[in-house]
Design a protein around this ligand. Structure first.
Ligand code: PSU
Ligand code: MN
Length: 296
């Protein structure tokens, strides 16, 4: 594993670091906007005085703290693998390029000694999972990895009630950042209740208590999209229902399903979904950096 110098320094000195994923770059947003956003998200972390560490595999090397050029490479190269935890070793041994999902990023961040990670939305239990068994590796990885993940909840491309049930079964604490409602990515509301925290200090304290009693699972911080960028639920539901229906008709499943849905939603929305996505990811990076600071 290559840990870049600024990240390694921060790990050694125990100063704030925020891990960032790369699937959102390679498979979550279109080029060149994806690269622009990835760099802006890193800037958001730096502004708060924390060090960003974007993680990916390039030509078989695990890299923690991609350079600008490497972010560009992951953002525009065709055929970059989408890595959940199980594929990391395959990608490394076969000397391929891979973008890390929430599961692989959590795993590698923790391995490097990083405890805070910001993303957009996590994977979860897909609609129709009782037939397809499609439950993202993200959920089980969070149950095994002692890390704090900041996300804007999850998109309703997933079955959100089942996703929360599964997280409970797997022992993952979900808290709402300034809210007692689990946010649904583009919208602040889902109708599902979660325990509320007021600030980054609360998160740091929960993490400390969790470690004192030896609970090893992650804390999922559900951070709603800022009000001014929120999209009305009835509009979002239409985009998502159409995308899910198209995936069904075209028989898209497994690993390809989430990337297909993400890109179709951006297209169907005429780019509106992308703008909201950008804002919520930046907001998550900002909150994650503040949590990382509160832990020191
Ligand atoms: N959901 C989003 N945006 C994303 C993803 C999910 O709203 O970018 C990405 C993340 O990298 C997540 C992965 O970890 O998709 C989950 O993929 P799957 O559903 O195949 O497990
Ligand atoms: Mn899946």
């Amino acid at each position: 594993m290559i840990i870049r110098k600024d990240v390694l320094n921060a790990i050694k000195k125990d100063t704030p670091i925020v891990a960032l994923e790369s699937t959102i770059i390679a498979h979550g947003m279109p080029y060149p906007k994806n690269v622009e956003i990835a760099l802006e998200v890193e800037e958001e972390v730096r502004k708060e005085g924390a060090v960003p560490a974007t993680i990916a595999v390039i030509k078989g090397e695990i890299i923690v703290g991609l350079t600008r050029e490497e972010i560009e490479y992951i953002g525009k190269t065709k055929g970059v693998m989408k890595l959940s935890t199980r594929e990391i070793s395959y990608c490394v041994a076969m000397k391929k390029d891979g973008a890390t999902t929430v599961s692989a990023t959590s795993y590698l961040a923790k391995l490097a000694g990083i405890s805070v990670f910001a993303t957009g939305g996590i994977g979860g239990v897909h609609r129709g999972a009782s037939e397809t068994f499609d439950i993202s590796r993200d959920l089980d990885e969070l149950s095994q990895t002692n890390i704090i993940v900041v996300s804007a909840g999850a998109k309703s491309i997933l079955d959100l009630p089942k996703t929360l049930e599964y997280l409970e079964t797997k022992g993952v604490l979900v808290v709402g950042f300034g809210t007692d409602e689990f946010p649904a990515f583009y919208t602040r509301k889902s109708g599902l209740t979660v325990p509320k925290v007021q600030s980054e200090i609360d998160i740091a304290r929960i993490y400390t208590e969790k470690n004192k009693i030896g609970v090893k699972s992650a804390i999922l911080v559900a951070n709603p999209i800022p009000q001014e960028y929120e999209i009305e639920k009835s509009i979002v539901d239409k985009w998502i229902d159409q995308a899910v229906e198209e995936a069904d008709e075209r028989g898209i499943k497994g690993k390809a399903l989430t990337p297909f849905l993400l890109s179709r939603i951006v297209e169907i929305s005429g780019g509106k979904a992308l703008s909201a996505n950008i804002e919520l990811v930046k907001n998550n990076a900002h909150v994650a950096a503040r949590i990382a600071k509160a832990m020191h």
